[in-house]
Design a protein around this ligand. Structure first.
Ligand code: PMP
Length: 404
């Protein structure tokens, strides 16, 4: 009675229950390996911290910013985007704009709110980031899921996407590099996707690119609109500082999109949250984005090394068929339904939560169960932790995967 049906409809992440249990176990003194991390365990670069320090001296850093963000920052983000994606700046002069929000989760939420009417379908490519379905439903939309599997390194087939498009489809969300699979879709995939979009001129794409700088395996990520610039007229590109600058708590994300969409997003923002954090926005205005590459080099070396450890250990333990080459972001998905332990289950239900719970209880391993990502009987392994505990943790996961 008290709480609205809209909010009651939001599904709480089942991962929260696991987190609570982990806390209890660690208080009891159990050694835990936390492989659920979705953020870098390091501070941002010195250059960025210095910029924040400098901005602390100015009154404007503490006052409201314009609803869509400081114009100087928006201009800078647009030109950074066009140069990093090798797109001619003229493409954006009149038709595109940038809107800055309180983290890219907020950007995606406002973009969906600007685009979806009740009953509109939004296509998601599984595995997908946990928050998409709940945000879509919150705005009255209907998530339509296209599946993928470990044999294709969790890359969904273009034909399957085509089959899922209906007259009610309004938006498709593409997240490459992908959370949770840790892969980015190939150039061939992006070219075919661009061709597919030509057949559906009313379809809008939200391209969630928050991990685009975090690819540790060549070739680097590419995007459909690079092969057909006209697609930018119906693309909402999502970016953020959270992952690339190791600054998840500073809450700053942005969107590059056609002006009609950024204006709608700005209306939502103007009457709800107002402009994003002034201090961080102003610090970014004269931050040199070319520093990001150097800052991320050791991070990427670390991710590559842990990805290599997975390959080695899976092969040694004869579960090489569960391995695929992860290439980007912080993650890898293990499919337990292909491991010996799954003989315990005779039906095709989803045991992800039970598996994650047992791993925690028996081995002290914290993983995120695949249910939240739309792929049953899997779990997400984060690659961010140090090499030695990572090796130990993978050995324990493999031991569990062999218990029948
Ligand atoms: N998109 C993806 C794919 C993510 O993994 C995340 C965070 N985990 C976000 C968007 C949101 O990031 P933030 O709000 O911190 O910018």
């Amino acid at each position: 009675m008290l709480i609205s049906s809209r909010v009651k409809g939001i599904q709480d992440s089942i991962t929260m229950k696991l987190n609570e249990k982990s806390l209890l176990l660690s208080e009891e003194g159990k050694v835990l390996y936390n492989l659920s991390g979705g953020q870098l365990p390091i501070k941002p670069s010195v250059e960025f911290i210095e910029k924040i320090h400098h901005q602390l001296n100015f009154l404007k850093s503490y006052q409201y910013s314009p609803s869509g963000g400081f114009p100087a920052l928006r201009k800078k983000l647009l030109s950074y985007f066009s140069s990093s994606r090798r797109l001619p700046e003229e493409l954006f002069e009149t038709s595109s704009d940038v809107i800055v929000s309180n983290g890219s989760k907020h950007s995606i939420y406002n973009a969906l709110g600007s685009l979806i009417d009740p009953g509109d379908e939004v296509i998601l490519l599984a595995p997908y980031w946990v928050s998409y379905p709940e945000m879509i439903k919150f705005w009255g939309g209907v998530p339509v899921v296209v599946k993928s599997n470990v044999y294709d390194a969790f890359v969904p087939a273009i034909d399957d996407i085509r089959k899922s498009i209906s007259p009610s489809t309004k938006v498709i969300i593409v997240n490459s590099p992908n959370n949770p699979s840790g892969v980015h879709y190939s150039e061939t995939w992006m070219r075919e996707f661009a061709l597919l979009l030509q057949d559906y001129p009313d379809l809008i794409v939200i391209s969630d690119e928050v991990y685009s700088d975090l690819s540790y395996f060549d070739p680097k990520p590419s995007y459909f609109y690079q092969f057909d610039h006209s697609l930018l007229k119906r693309t909402v590109v999502v970016q953020a500082i959270s992952k690339t600058l190791a600054a998840t708590g500073l809450r700053l994300g942005w969107v590059i999109a056609p002006i009609e969409i950024t204006t709608a997003m700005s209306s939502i923002q103007g009457q709800t949250t107002s402009g994003a954090n002034s201090l961080i926005q102003r610090s970014l205005i004269d931050f040199d984005f070319s520093h990001i590459e150097g800052f991320l080099t050791p991070v990427k070396n670390h991710l590559r090394m842990n990805a290599e450890i997975l390959r080695e250990k899976f092969r040694e333990a004869n579960i090489g068929h569960c391995w695929y080459q992860s290439t980007s972001a912080f993650y890898f998905m293990i499919d337990f339904s292909r491991t010996p332990m799954f003989k315990r289950f005779e039906d095709s239900k989803d045991y992800s939560y039970l598996i994650a719970d047992e791993l925690l209880e028996k081995e002290g391993i914290i993983l995120v169960p695949g249910t939240d990502f739309g792929i049953p009987n899997t779990a997400r392994i984060s690659l961010v932790i140090e090499e030695v505990p990572f090796r130990e943790a993978v050995t324990k996961i493999i031991k569990y995967a062999h218990q029948v």
